[in-house]
Design a binder for this molecule. Structure first.
Ligand SMILES: Cc1c2[nH]c(c1CCC(=O)O)Cc1[nH]c(c(CCC(=O)O)c1C)Cc1[nH]c(c(CCC(=O)O)c1C)Cc1[nH]c(c(C)c1CCC(=O)O)C2
Length: 342
């Protein structure tokens, strides 16, 4: 059987050793990333430089032999392509011009215009499709509409997404129009990544946990369902991973309701619960606390083995519950891989 291990797991196959990759595997914990980033100048220049973005995507593959590479880019490039200003403040994070009224939503560019800004990203994907080892799966990605909207409304990351909740409460129709525009842009953006060579796509809904009840249905579940339905009709056979982070009990049934082929789990849910309630609908991924790659030791090995064991009865891709942090020790990643692969 020569099909790539990640694609087999995404089709529902249970593998004796789970395939593995890590959220944020190309990043500041790697000295070679810091060197290339310095060469690019700043983070956004790195994202929009296809040769250097492909280089940093390949670095963790060379060092660790992960089963998947994730395109190096950012979820906030789409808001920039829709007309917002975007910049990164060193040590603080992203800043954007904001969208807080119906008139500002109406003034954004149409989804069809995004390719003018995003075409270098498609070039990165084309380079990677040529250069990756034949056993490595190439994952494209975008933010899910709610998470992207939280940054567009607040102009930055927020602990509780209060500005987006306030916009929603004040003018639900205008907020819905914003979500719809992002969803359409996301469909076009991910389609272009697939056409350039992405074999799997992932939707990051990092702030899904702050949506409750009907708001979760309207702004996390429904846009994800719509994006997946459109992608499946344009690109049958391309698997989609959904990451509704901190969805808690709403992880149950999420794959079924949205059509996702795999649900990525954060580290706040129990692996045993997720094995029973989420994995019964298909492949799962995630759950290791990224803090353990900073602290290492026996706890890292024990937790890694516990997660492998908990998900061993069904389709599973090993991953973290969130991105690896800059403080992580690269040697701890090797220890984690040894605990998985033996
Ligand atoms: C919310 C979000 C963003 N970006 C992303 C999310 C969703 C996942 C999550 O919840 O973490 C997704 C993302 N960001 C990045 C990737 C690249 C692929 C990979 O995982 O290796 C991916 C998939 C690179 C990045 N995106 C960013 C970096 C660090 C930039 C640097 O080199 O200084 C990287 C490698 C910057 C970024 N980008 C974003 C923030 C809030 C920040 C600042 C925080 C930080 O610095 O870690 C927005």
């Amino acid at each position: 059987m020569s099909e790539k291990t990640i694609l087999r797991a995404l089709k529902g196959e249970r593998l004796p050793v789970p395939p593995v990759w890590m959220m944020r595997q190309a990043g500041r914990y790697l000295p070679e990333y810091r060197t290339t980033r310095a060469q690019a100048g700043d983070f956004l220049s790195l994202c929009y430089n296809p040769d250097l973005a492909a280089e940093v995507t390949l670095q963790p593959i060379r060092r660790y032999g992960f089963d998947a590479a994730i395109l190096f880019a950012d979820i906030l490039l789409l808001p920039q392509a829709l007309g917002l200003d975007l910049w990164f403040v060193t040590g603080e994070g992203p800043r954007l011009s904001t969208v807080t009224t119906a008139a500002q939503v109406a003034a954004l560019k149409p989804a069809a215009a995004i390719h003018d800004t995003l075409s270098p990203i498609y070039e990165t994907v084309r380079i990677l499709a040529r250069e990756l080892p034949r056993e490595t799966t190439l994952i494209g990605f975008a933010g899910a509409p709610w998470t992207v909207a939280t940054y567009m409304v607040a102009g930055r990351g927020t602990p509780d997404q209060a500005p987006a909740h306030a916009f929603m409460a004040q003018d639900r129709a205008a907020f819905t129009a914003l979500i719809d525009l992002i969803a359409q842009g996301t469909i076009d953006y991910l389609s272009a990544q697939i056409e350039a060579g992405a074999e799997v796509v992932k939707l990051f809904d990092s702030w899904a946990g702050s949506l409750k009840g009907r708001d979760f249905d309207d702004f996390a579940l429904e846009p994800t369902r719509r994006i997946i339905a459109a992608l499946k009709s344009r690109h049958p056979g391309i698997p989609v991973i959904a990451f509704p982070r901190e969805a808690g009990s709403r992880y149950a049934g999420f794959a079924h309701a949205t059509g996702a082929d795999c649900v990525a789990l954060d580290n706040s849910v129990s692996a045993d619960w997720a094995a029973a309630e989420v994995q019964k609908d298909g492949c799962v991924q995630g759950n290791l606390n990224p803090r353990l790659l900073v602290s290492g030791g026996d706890e890292l090995v024990a937790e890694t083995r516990r997660i492998v064991q908990a998900f061993s009865q069904g389709p599973h891709i090993f991953n973290l519950g969130h991105g690896i942090t800059p403080e992580a020790d690269p040697d701890n990643v090797s220890r984690m891989l040894e605990a998985i692969r033996g």
